[in-house]
Design a protein around this ligand. Structure first.
Ligand code: C5P
Length: 228
């Protein structure tokens, strides 16, 4: 099972993204989210790939199965390594996503509950009354049933998911901060070191690297804590 640090490229345009990437000598695993993809489209995917980096395209698709299948068919033409959907779209929707990607597909994972959601908001605003861990596990089981490779979840939920669904079912965990950095809008956060102890397969780190005074040094600290 490969493990890695994924840098969230939450930049508003291609120029800032490329300036950021040019600081690094190493080949990275990066995440392109909605902001960057909606502003630059598939051109930025090609630019990043040309530099030899791996890409997680984080568009968190959620729609009716037919629309998801055809959208994934389009995304499958991009040279990406990982893509995702919302597990709350149900098993049928996730099956449609896998079908749309076809053979030789990138890894596909499902968002369980966003790491910015906590028990109180889930209960009061979404009317989901179960404990958040139980909800996350149920959504992960659904993702596995639908043939997905893993889930996006909090590092804290990783051990439970691996215990129930196996070590091959990958956990991709945002909500990671280097010691001393602010939480921002994330609620369920932890450090790279803790995420390793919690058996995360991939950690997604945004602001702790992109907003650091020295992003390369911050990235190396994440690698050191998480992989070594
Ligand atoms: O800056 P920060 O490290 O909080 O960035 C986390 C990244 O992970 C953001 O790009 C965010 O969209 C993403 N993400 C998340 N929670 C999820 C899924 C993705 O924070 N459940």
């Amino acid at each position: 099972m490969s493990k890695d640090v994924i840098i969230a490229l939450d930049f508003p345009n291609g120029k800032e993204t490329i300036e950021f990437l040019d600081k690094f000598d190493e080949k990275l695993f990066v995440k392109v989210g909605m902001e960057l993809f909606y502003s630059e489209g598939k051109g930025i995917i090609k630019e990043i790939k040309k530099r030899g980096h791996k890409i997680f395209l984080d568009l968190k698709l959620h729609d009716i199965p037919n629309t998801i299948e055809s959208s994934m068919r389009v995304l499958s033409k991009l040279d990406i390594d990982m893509v995702n959907v919302h597990a709350s779209g149900t098993i049928r929707m996730m099956e449609a996503a896998v079908k749309g990607l076809g053979k030789d597909r990138p890894l596909i994972i499902a968002v369980t509950q966003l790491t910015s959601t906590d028990q109180k908001r889930m209960e009061e605003e979404l009317l989901i009354k179960e404990p958040i861990e139980k909800v996350v596990l149920k959504y992960a089981e659904n993702a596995k049933k639908a043939g997905l490779d893993g889930v996006v979840c909090s590092p804290l939920e990783s051990p439970l998911i691996h215990k129930s669904l196996g070590d091959d079912f990958i956990t991709v965990t945002p909500g990671v901060r280097l010691k001393g950095d602010t939480k921002g809008d994330q609620v369920r956060v932890t450090t790279p070191k803790k995420a390793k102890e919690f058996t995360s397969d991939y950690i997604v780190v945004g602001r702790s690297i992109t907003k650091a005074d020295d992003p390369v040094e911050a990235y190396k600290r994440c690698i050191e804590e998480f992989l070594k």
